[in-house]
Design a protein around this ligand. Structure first.
Ligand SMILES: [Zn+2]
Ligand SMILES: [Zn+2]
Length: 56
């Protein structure tokens, strides 16, 4: 389990809490994308900060 204190949710910019947050790589450009628990639960769309890709 990797914890980096300064990571923020890509969707809402909340600082990622300890539990429930998830991180993955953009399928297009490989940019790191993070989502907080809330955004994951609500299936908020993310937008890659690098290439603009939008996904569920
Ligand atoms: Zn969020
Ligand atoms: Zn991207």
């Amino acid at each position: 389990m990797m914890m980096i204190a300064s990571e923020r949710c890509t969707s809402c910019n909340a600082t990622l809490a300890e539990e429930g947050s998830t991180g993955f790589l953009c399928p297009v450009c490989g940019q790191r994308i993070n989502r907080c628990y809330r955004c994951r639960e609500q299936s908020i769309a993310y937008t890659c900060s690098k290439c603009g890709f939008q996904g569920p």
